[in-house]
Design a protein around this ligand. Structure first.
Ligand SMILES: [Zn+2]
Length: 351
């Protein structure tokens, strides 16, 4: 949790949309909130008044996971909150299940196109076909090589081979590609795509200069830090410098931008939040350097240093990914040495 959350402002106070209802944030911009079956129990989705091929309607930004409850909540939104107009396109910020999950159902339901970056589209298609990685035995072996060895966790991770597909059983068969700096006309306003790396393969945030709004996706969140993980698909990945550089580029946006995050409440204080996230990771780097100086450490050894609390399995897998991301960043920057020990575990010590 962000201990400096009080430095941000929440112009809507405690207002939250009821399930199946919306809150209007600006003319033609509506906020929807859907449930998630995790510790992070909700996702924010956005409706933008749109026009395409001579028809009036709505663009949806992000979808929620595939579940009966999410479909039912959408049906209520369609019935009561769209002013009787259709959905004309579905825009997805990135391929994670809570954002991508129902894209197949929504695009079929409304016979409309999915808009997403090409990298995230392809990653979603791979991940939703159960024969590929993103979990299962390869994830378990990768975690084990970084010190997560207790048999109960290993067994659960091995058994989770269809984790992504359970929430994203299908991906639409076609899409329209979003690229960094693309300007998309949505209804009466231009929205500019801002690519972000480190959290997802090619995350797209959307900025509307005229409305002063940023749909930040998961790149900037007010209460929690964005998950930046290394996974088994790319064991030597170095996503943290990519993430921090992407954040730095968002400083070019006006300081009074109203940020619409995927989790938490709309807030002002974009530049302050960027400062907070950068110092958060600087502190983590410093703590890891101290711990590794005492004795060589694996990513699993460092979970308590980084997270300072007991984690359930779902949280542990995310936390392992984050621990490895910090270690890879220090290793690939030449500050830590990585050594493969006789027990098959990588440990890190200062150079
Ligand atoms: Zn995400």
């Amino acid at each position: 949790m962000n201990a400096l959350e009080h430095q941000l402002t929440y112009p809507l106070g405690d207002t939250l949309p009821e399930p199946g209802r919306t809150v209007e944030l600006a003319p033609g911009v509506r906020w929807v909130r859907m449930g998630l079956p995790f510790a992070l129990d909700h996702i924010n989705l956005w409706l933008l008044r749109d026009e395409a091929d001579g028809r009036a309607g709505w663009a949806i930004v992000d979808c929620g996971i595939t579940s009966d409850a999410t479909c039912a909540a959408w049906e209520q939104v369609f019935a009561d909150e769209l002013d009787g107009l259709p959905v004309l396109r579905v825009i997805v910020t990135h391929m994670h299940p809570d954002h991508m999950g129902l894209a197949h159902w929504l695009t079929q339901r409304w016979n409309c196109r999915l808009w997403i970056s090409a990298t995230d589209y392809n990653a979603a298609r791979l991940a939703s076909s159960a024969t590929t990685g993103f979990g299962g035995a390869s994830a378990a072996a990768f975690m084990a090589s970084h010190g997560l060895t207790d048999p109960a966790s290993m067994e659960k991770i091995r058994a989770r081979s269809n984790y992504y597909a359970s929430m994203v059983p299908q991906v639409p068969a076609s899409f329209r590609r979003l690229l960094d700096a693309d300007v998309i006309r949505i209804g009466e306003h231009d929205w500019v795509c801002h690519v972000g790396y480190g959290h997802a393969p090619e995350h797209m945030s959307l900025h509307c200069p005229a409305l002063g709004l940023l749909i930040s996706g998961d790149m900037v969140l007010p209460r929690i830090s964005t998950n930046v993980s290394v996974i088994d698909l790319e064991p030597e990945a170095n996503p943290l410098p990519l993430y921090l550089a992407s954040l730095e580029r968002m400083r070019a946006l006006p300081a009074d931008t109203l940020v619409l995050p995927s989790h938490g409440r709309p807030f002002r204080g974009l530049h302050t939040r960027i400062d907070q996230l950068q110092s958060h990771h600087d502190e983590r780097f410093a703590e890891l350097m101290v711990a590794c100086a005492e004795q060589p450490q694996s990513a699993a050894d460092l979970l308590m240093v980084l997270f300072k609390r007991k984690l359930d399995l779902h949280q542990t897998t995310f936390a392992m990914g984050e621990s490895i991301a910090h270690l890879n960043a220090l290793w690939l920057a030449g500050r830590l040495r990585r050594t493969l020990h006789d027990d098959g575990i990588y440990r890190f010590s200062p150079i």
